[in-house]
Every structure is written in C-alpha cells, then in structure tokens.
Design a protein around this ligand. Structure first.
Ligand code: AFP
Length: 374
C-alpha cells in the first residue's frame, strides 16, 4: 500500500477484510469500529483547532474518578468517543479515563464483540497553553475467538472482569496526536502505521507505513523534577545520560519532556528515544502515574509492533494482568537497546549487584577519582 494515496478505509479493508489471516481471523467488524474511532478523532481535531474561540478552554468545575479536576475538553472529548462508538453494534462496553465505571452499551443499541478502552484527551494540562495533546485507544475482544463455546452472557461480556486482561490480548491499539497536523497512528497486529488527516476532504491518508524505531538513541524523556523520588536504577541510567561523553556512556544525550505521553511516544516512533514515567516514592501507594488499560497497554502495543520495547522496569508491560479498571503501572519504553539497558540496571539493583553509579563529581575529568579498590 502506497504512502500518500492509501486512505485509512482502504488500508483496513486490505488488511482486515480482504486478507483474513491467522492474526486477523474472526476480526469481522474491527475495521468498522476503527473507522468510528477515526471519526471521533476527526471531531475532536475540529474542536481543538478552534482553540479559545471554541469556548472549550478552562475547567469543567467537575472532578473525575481519580480526584483530578476535569477540563471542559476532557468531558467534551469523552462524550464524542461515547456518542461516535456506542450505536454501531460492534461494542459490548467501553472504559474511559473520564468515567469511573464500565460504560455498558445502552439497551437501545445492539451489542457487539469488542471492548474499547480510551483516554479521550491525553496531556490535557497542555490545552490552555495550546500545546500538543492526544487521544489513546485500545481494543479487546469480549471472548477468545478460538473458544467458540464461550457462552458469556451479555452482562459478563460487558463487566469489569471482561476488561481485566493483559495487553498482549489487544487486537488493535492507536493514538491521535493533535499537533500542527492531526495524525492517527495504529496497529492491528501487523506493524505500526501512521495516517495524516487531509483536513479539507476529511480523509486519513497513509503517510508512515511500517514505522520502525531505531534500536539506539541519544534522547530520553522523563520529568526530572521527580529525580529525588526515583528508584536507584532509574537514577543511575539518567545520571549516566547527563554525564554524557565525560561519563561511562561516552556520548552526549538530549532530554525532552512535553507532559503528553502521546507526543513523547510519537517522537520516539518517528526518531527513536526512551520515555520513562517510573514508579517513584513521591506516591508510594501508586505504581507510577500512567494507567495500564488505556495508556500503557495501547502505547506498548504500538511500540513493540514498531520494534521497540515497553517494560515496567521488571517485566513486559503487555504481560501485566490488570487488577482494576484504572490501575497504574510504571512505564519505560522506546529504543530496544536503551530499554534493555534500563531493565538490566533494575535486575542488577534487585540482586544487589549494581555498580555504585558514577556522578559528575566522580567522572574521569574530575578532582575526585573514586577508589573502587578500597
Ligand atoms: P494529563 O492528561 O492529566 O495532562 O496527564 C498526562 C500524562 O498522563 C501523560 O500524558 C504525561 O506523560 C504525564 O501525565 C505528565 O505527567 P507530569 O505532569 O507529572 O509531568
């Protein structure tokens, strides 16, 4: 399929409907669902480009299930996803960052065999400053296609337990990045592909087929204001990056932080890098900041499909079994060789084998040369 000419609809027909294969067996309806999700993204894109003129800036004066103040656009974009996807008979239920409980498809609509989990507006703290934001979505099936005997009742297929499955069971995942252009990046298990919104005709056009992440990078993204709360293996990795060519990495690194996971992941898919939102002692009760079902899992699916890695620090994110709809998980993802290094540092730390990491005070060109022989 040719970049610049293939539309999202043609891509999905060619990928899912015309060439059923093992990975897409029994995926009838998935392409229609993804086209509905794309329609929701187009509506959100149109709403966002109005900026302050759209009347959607500021607080909604409400609080979501996590006790976080909701922006007007958090609420409006959630409504767009629900209204665009609830009616078409493809979904059994939805879960959203902005809704406390499972949203079962209303009885007035037919129920389907897919489950949709989404963050309708990621990075909403960037809205009022006209920064980059995004939407993230994840698709599961309600039952194992190989188990045709599965006789889940309609309620069973639409309850919380139906969503609490590891991310490796996703059948599709993607995000929209609302930047200078609006892009939809998705995977149905056959690579990660990027589509750019041709706004004047309203089509998503394939512009980045088979995205591949470079195995190596010189760019890392982390909120450095949390440094004093990080675990030692994360502090060790970041310190070595900051030491640059005078440290053990013998090359300089660059740092980025956009406060929008979608923007960070998109940069990594475009040119490599590492994104970290690790567990920290600032909020020890929480396993990090990012949600597993509708942030970490879909992004990890896309990253792996593009040749990268996505871990908690100690295990593959897509293997983590969720225990709650809005459960959180530490996230370290991106270029393969860097994520493997960070995983190695966690392992060495857990086994008590981690070398005392050097700091600029103990670099090769400093006054304080460590005496490790002591
Ligand atoms: P919001 O959607 O509440 O702005 O959170 C965005 C996010 O979940 C993720 O997209 C960012 O990477 C991360 O939070 C930024 O967190 P900090 O504000 O702690 O840097």
């Amino acid at each position: 399929m040719q970049d610049g000419r293939t539309t999202l609809s043609k891509f999905l027909i060619d990928t899912l409907d015309r060439q059923p294969c093992a990975s897409t067996q029994g995926m009838a309806g998935l392409s229609a669902l993804l086209i509905d999700v794309a329609a929701a993204i187009k509506s959100i894109s149109a709403m966002l480009t109005k900026g302050a003129l759209g009347g959607h800036y500021g607080s909604a004066q409400t609080v979501n299930t996590h006790g976080e103040e909701q922006k007007k656009l958090d609420v409006a974009t959630n409504e767009i996803f629900v209204q665009q996807c609830e009616w078409d008979g493809l979904l059994a239920a939805m879960v959203s960052e902005e809704m406390e409980d499972v949203y079962a498809i209303p009885s007035g609509y037919p129920r389907g065999e897919y489950l949709l989990a989404f963050d309708p507006l990621d990075g909403s703290s960037n809205i009022d400053i006209n920064g980059v934001v995004g939407s993230i979505f994840s698709v599961l099936r309600t039952r194992d296609p190989a188990d045709s005997a599965a006789t889940e009742s309609a309620d069973e297929s639409a309850n919380e337990a139906a969503f609490l499955r590891p991310g490796c069971e996703q059948v599709a995942a993607g995000y929209a990045v609302y930047g200078p252009s609006t892009m939809l990046v998705l995977s149905v298990g056959n690579g990660t592909h990027g589509f750019t919104l041709e706004r004047d005709i309203g089509n998503f056009v394939l512009t980045h087929s088979n995205i591949r992440i470079p195995d190596d990078t010189a760019e890392f993204a982390i909120n450095a204001s949390n440094e004093r709360f990080w675990e030692p293996p994360v502090r060790r990795y970041v310190q070595e990056c900051k030491d640059g060519r005078s440290g053990c990495r013998a090359r300089d690194f660059n740092m980025r932080w956009i406060a929008s996971m979608v923007a960070e992941v998109h940069r990594i898919l475009m040119r490599g890098g590492v994104f970290m939102y690790p567990r920290d002692s600032k909020t020890p009760a929480m396993e990090g900041r990012l949600r597993l079902l509708y942030e970490a899992n879909p992004m990890s699916f896309l990253i792996e499909q593009a040749g990268g890695l996505a871990i908690t620090g100690r295990e593959r994110i897509l293997d983590v079994r969720p225990h709650a709809l809005h459960g959180r998980v530490p996230v370290i993802l991106g270029s393969k060789n860097e994520v493997e290094r960070i995983a190695r540092y966690h392992g060495e730390y857990d086994r008590g084998e981690d070398k005392p990491f050097t700091s600029p005070l103990f670099g090769t060109r400093s006054l304080f040369l460590p005496d490790f022989t002591a």
